[in-house]
Design a protein around this ligand. Structure first.
Ligand code: MN
Length: 263
């Protein structure tokens, strides 16, 4: 059993009425319709705060990729404009764990530790990207441990940009091979998720990563409160598909807002 991590804490200011959660947009220049759907959502965002729970980008090899004219720079402009009307929070995912303080500042986003407990209207919501809870994939957990160390990141970021981009492509190919060999994508360990909720004194876990949007009941805590796991959807918008879901929190609770995928 993996040890329960340290939970960061964030209390929503009383002025917040609505908080949005999104994740796994996997933004890339090659998928312009997904970028447009996301940019249009952020241009008219009615929420007081937007929490991006990881994998905003398909890949991130260092903040120096976001030069003027680049796709990443266009994304930064969208985020910066949105940050003037909503507070933006960013949690690292397994694809964009190298996104750094320079880019965050440039976008007007605040970094959110993984995991973090959000206090809102007297309730506690446990937020995580989700990869830490997929403990069945031992190879991935070992890889994660390695690449999340300061030493590894310093050494990687010191390499020339083109070399880092090539390395990222190689890692991606390896990970796809690994997943194909496993035959099944790792999912969140329900028992571990439950123990995190209990340790964090929270009743609702919100995460992405698995690309399996859905709501799961994880039993009850000692006081009989229902424990639930809310899985965010990934975003993928093309002529045939429209996955672009937002999980919205207000005084009424949590609500999914999205065009349903076309049949
Ligand atoms: Mn992920």
């Amino acid at each position: 059993m993996t040890a329960v991590p340290r939970f960061a804490a964030l209390d929503a200011p009383a002025r917040w009425r609505t908080v949005d959660f999104i994740s796994d947009l996997h933004l890339k220049a090659e998928e312009p319709d997904t970028f447009e759907a996301w940019a249009s959502y952020l241009r008219h965002v009615p929420a007081d705060a937007v929490f991006i729970l990881g994998d905003l980008f398909e890949a991130w090899v260092g903040d120096d990729c976001a030069v003027p004219g680049s796709f990443e720079h266009r994304c930064a402009q969208v985020l910066h404009a949105a940050s003037t009307t909503a507070e933006l929070f960013f949690m690292h995912g397994n694809r964009d764990f190298l996104l750094g303080p320079d880019f965050l500042a440039h976008c007007g986003m605040r970094e959110l530790a993984d995991p973090t407990v959000l206090g809102f209207e007297g309730r506690r919501y446990l937020l995580t990207h989700g990869d830490l809870l997929c403990t069945d994939d031992l190879d991935y957990q070992r890889f994660r441990q390695q690449v999340r160390t300061e030493d590894w990141q310093r050494a990687f970021l010191a390499r020339p940009l083109a070399e880092r981009q090539a390395a990222a492509r190689q890692m991606r190919a390896q990970s796809e091979q690994h997943q194909a060999a496993q035959g099944v994508y790792a999912d969140v360990d329900a028992e571990l998720a439950r123990s995190w909720l209990v340790a964090a004194s929270a009743t609702t876990l919100i995460h992405g990563h698995t690309h399996r949007p859905g709501d799961h009941v994880l039993g009850q805590d000692a006081s009989g409160q229902r424990l639930v796991r809310r899985v965010l959807s990934d975003w993928h918008v093309t002529a045939d598909e429209q996955r672009a879901q937002v999980l919205r929190l207000s005084a009424d609770g949590l609500q999914r807002l999205a065009p349903e995928p076309r049949a």
